[in-house]
Design a binder for this molecule. Structure first.
Ligand code: SF4
Length: 95
């Protein structure tokens, strides 16, 4: 991976994780399932580690294919369905 330049690394990031943070109820399931990507904040809600924060307080992070499955499991574990995953190549909303 280290021998790839930045555009090449970005091109590997096929998926975007999105977190509808305003509607997160802070149950911590995502952080339990995928602690490398999800962490609990002191305000009681979760954050995507290393994410970009949008003006509407949603969070976004582009990830590679190898990181899809663990984040899909986090999304599946969310009781209020505020974790979404988009296929950036097709625009498909996977969850
Ligand atoms: S599983 Fe859903 S509701 Fe629970 S902390 Fe994570 S994003 Fe929030």
């Amino acid at each position: 991976m280290d021998d790839l330049n930045q555009p090449e690394q970005q091109a590997l990031k096929k998926y975007q994780i999105q977190h509808d943070r305003p509607n997160c109820i802070g149950c911590a399931a995502c952080a339990a399932v995928a602690p490398d990507f999800w962490t609990m904040h002191e305000d009681g809600k979760s954050d995507i580690v290393g994410c970009t924060k949008r003006d509407d307080e949603w969070e976004e992070l582009d990830v590679e294919e190898k990181d899809f499955q663990v984040n899909k499991e986090a999304a599946d574990s969310c009781p209020v369905n505020v974790i979404h995953i988009i296929n950036k190549e097709t625009g498909e909303k996977i969850i």
